[in-house]
Design a protein around this ligand. Structure first.
Ligand SMILES: Nc1ncnc2c1ncn2[C@@H]1O[C@H](COP(=O)(O)OP(=O)(O)OP(=O)(O)O)[C@@H](O)[C@H]1O
Length: 360
């Protein structure tokens, strides 16, 4: 199993980066934290653009090891780097920008074909255009394609969506998800947007003041009440499911999840497809008896694991659903409701889920 293994220590006067973590060789590892906590510094150290003390290995290949006096220069590390702003050559067409990336590696080492990348990122119709004529989102897709065409063994993405407006972000996210599903290249993805991390990351490294505050699967980190992602207004839980059936009459889809079924607006996915759903805390309410007369379709038996007040009127409730492996759900309710329903940890309740979003 390919694995990224890093340990960096970097002193910059009033900022010290001191981190050590491993990331799996597949999927997206989100580096998440406030501005200035050291996310970009980690990417720069992995890329060899910054020289911290420590080590950096990918799949047993050492890019840096101070103990052994090893430090590979950036151009010798098989990485693709995508920045906030697309940095394309203005005088070259999109096609030539892409070819430029490809030429950086010998043909024998090409892992991904030109056409595959072009189609994956949906940029075929732009190939002969100049970068200046593209929208921000299109330019960023070209930058990602260019990075991929260098056949990297690790893709570093530093807030690739932060310079885009909301519509362009929504436009590009499905492409990033496709990359995730299609390519077997691990990605280190820096973001300070909880929404983006929840949508894309499999694993989250949560940073604070130059250190790793927590690390774990996205499901776990998103639902930990002691961590900032759960405190956010976008707080949500991820749940894995399987498309069970489609209801043509009502245009709905039934999704089997551990311990129950969710009925959602019709999904394009074929039956038996594995999918990831996101359920916002604000869309979950709690009932102590099974509601029989509600318009809400999704009612799941669950148990209260933990509760935490988030302000004077609201609290977050962490629930676990009935079936193995008991995926967590978050519910944002009022303190008043907690007192009225006399809710407490350990109690068996029903979670009413008002809305569910498909992640991939
Ligand atoms: N070249 C530099 N010289 C000195 N200090 C720097 C340099 N680059 C960054 N810093 C400082 O190091 C700290 C970490 O910066 P870094 O860019 O890694 O944070 P970040 O989490 O990526 O922030 P952001 O989300 O704003 O990009 C900050 O306090 C920053 O001011």
């Amino acid at each position: 199993m390919i694995e990224l293994d890093v340990a960096f220590r970097l002193d910059r006067g009033n900022f010290t980066l001191d981190v050590a973590f491993t990331a799996p060789g597949l999927g997206i590892t989100g580096l998440f934290g406030r501005s200035g906590c050291g996310k970009t510094s980690i990417l720069r150290c992995v890329a060899g653009l910054e020289r911290a003390a420590g080590h950096c290995r990918l799949d047993g290949e050492t890019w840096q090891d101070d103990a052994k006096g090893i430090f590979l220069k950036t151009h010798r590390r098989p990485i693709g780097y995508v920045f906030q702003e697309a940095s394309l050559f203005a005088h070259l067409s999109v096609r030539d920008n892409l070819k430029y990336g490809m030429r950086r590696v010998p043909a024998s080492e090409h892992q991904i074909a030109f056409d595959e990348v072009v189609d994956l990122l949906g940029i075929r119709q732009h190939l002969e255009r100049a970068p200046s004529g593209l929208s921000g989102g299109e330019r960023q897709r070209v930058s990602i394609a260019r990075a991929l065409l260098t056949s990297p063994r690790l893709l570093l993405m530093d807030e690739p969506l932060s310079a885009l407006d909301h519509a362009s972000k929504q436009d590009i996210l499905p492409y990033l998800e496709r990359l995730h599903d299609t390519l077997r290249i691990p990605v280190l993805y820096v973001s300070h947007a909880p929404d983006e991390v929840a949508r894309l990351a499999d694993r989250i490294v949560l940073m604070r003041d130059g250190q790793v505050q927590a690390i774990g699967s996205a499901t776990e980190i998103l639902s930990r009440l002691d961590l900032p992602l759960a405190q956010d207004t976008e707080a949500s839980a991820l749940i894995e499911g399987r498309v069970q059936s489609h209801d043509d009459n009502y245009d709905l889809t039934r999704v089997a999840i551990p311990g129950g079924t969710l009925t959602v607006g019709r999904l394009d996915q074929a039956t038996e497809s594995r999918i990831r759903l996101r359920i916002h805390a604000r869309d979950v309410s709690i009932a102590i008896r099974k509601p029989e007369t509600s318009s809400i379709l999704n009612v799941l038996p669950a148990r209260i694991v933990e509760m935490q007040e988030i302000d004077r009127s609201h609290l977050l409730v962490k629930l676990c659903t009935a079936g193995e492996p008991h995926p967590p759900l978050l519910a944002r309710i009022t303190r008043y409701s907690r007192d009225r329903l006399k809710l407490e940890p350990g109690q068996e309740v029903f979670a009413q889920v008002k809305a569910v979003a498909l992640m991939d």
